[in-house]
Design a protein around this ligand. Structure first.
Ligand code: SAM
Length: 265
């Protein structure tokens, strides 16, 4: 028995049907290399192990590492580490394979895990991740909806996200106070062409002033009226009305002024 630790976001999946369903939705092939984030007591790992030859499981809790070793022996490669510190790119280069990623992840670091995945987008084919339902809605949100924001835009820049299915809070022990959903992120082989650093700064600065117009957010970044007036873009719009492509276009228009910007994140 592994007493769940709240500090590690441990809500163990205890419904085998849900676990099997998640793994089946991956349509794994034998030669795939799967990276599992936060395997815990192996709820998903047990089904993964019947589908693929290579599973790399990254788990922070030493007690869980012990349980996994006992259950799976050498058939699962366990990395005892904080997932945010694992160099997935180096790991992939050593194997000469891109990874399929899966995880019922600790919710307290959902965004950090996603940003960690984005950082390694080149070596990730796809990621199938259980998250809080509300957060899942933000990943897949479209412009002009209340869920649309920084997380939606960054996610859609790096991947094509798809909501797979909802999971009741009753499927976990201990029972969390929210429902969950499984989201699949198919990573882009090539990112949209643009100055990525500037793009991120613009998205952050304008959404930092979400209720304000783009003009306001961009002024806050250090662009004066003269420069703003040269941009062929309707700056009276609000950030939540812009599609990903429009943010990319805006970035291209602002790029000549990059050196005069004062606010950088
Ligand atoms: N996959 C298991 C399941 O479905 O029952 C456990 C899910 S539980 C929500 C999250 C797991 O992530 C726990 O096993 C926890 O110990 C692990 N974890 C928490 N923080 C972590 C971190 N920073 N790096 C790696 N694993 C972490």
């Amino acid at each position: 028995m592994l007493a769940p630790k709240k500090s590690l976001g441990q809500n163990f999946l205890q419904d085998d049907n849900v676990a099997r369903n998640i793994v089946e939705r991956l349509h794994l092939e034998r030669e795939d290399v799967v990276v599992e984030i936060g395997p815990g007591k192996g709820a998903l790992t047990q089904f993964l192990s019947t589908h693929v030859g290579t599973i790399i499981a990254i788990e922070l809790d030493e007690r869980a590492v012990g349980v996994l070793k006992e259950l799976f022996g050498s058939s699962v490669e366990i990395i005892h580490a904080d997932v945010r510190e694992v160099d997935l790119t180096a790991l992939s280069q050593r194997r000469g394979k891109r990874f399929r990623v899966i995880g019922n992840i600790p919710y307290y670091i959902t965004s950090e895990i996603l940003f960690w995945l984005f950082e390694h987008y080149e070596v990730v084919v796809d990621a199938t991740i259980m998250v809080q339902l509300e957060v899942a809605r933000r990943f897949v949100a479209k412009p002009r909806t209340k869920d649309y924001g920084i997380l939606s835009i960054f996610t859609q820049f790096y991947s094509k996200p798809e909501m797979l299915f909802k999971v009741s809070r009753n499927s976990f022990y201990p029972k969390p106070s929210v429902d969950s959903a499984v989201v699949r992120f198919e990573f882009r082989r090539e990112l949209p062409e643009c100055n990525r650093k500037l793009f991120k700064n613009i998205v952050r600065a304008t959404f930092g002033k979400r209720r304000k117009t783009l003009r306001n957010g961009l002024k806050y970044m250090g662009l004066d009226e003269n420069k703003l007036n040269t941009l062929a873009f309707d700056l009276n719009r609000r950030p939540e009305t812009l599609s990903l492509e429009e943010f990319i276009n805006l970035t291209k228009l602002i790029e000549p002024f990059e050196n005069s910007l004062t606010l950088k994140f």
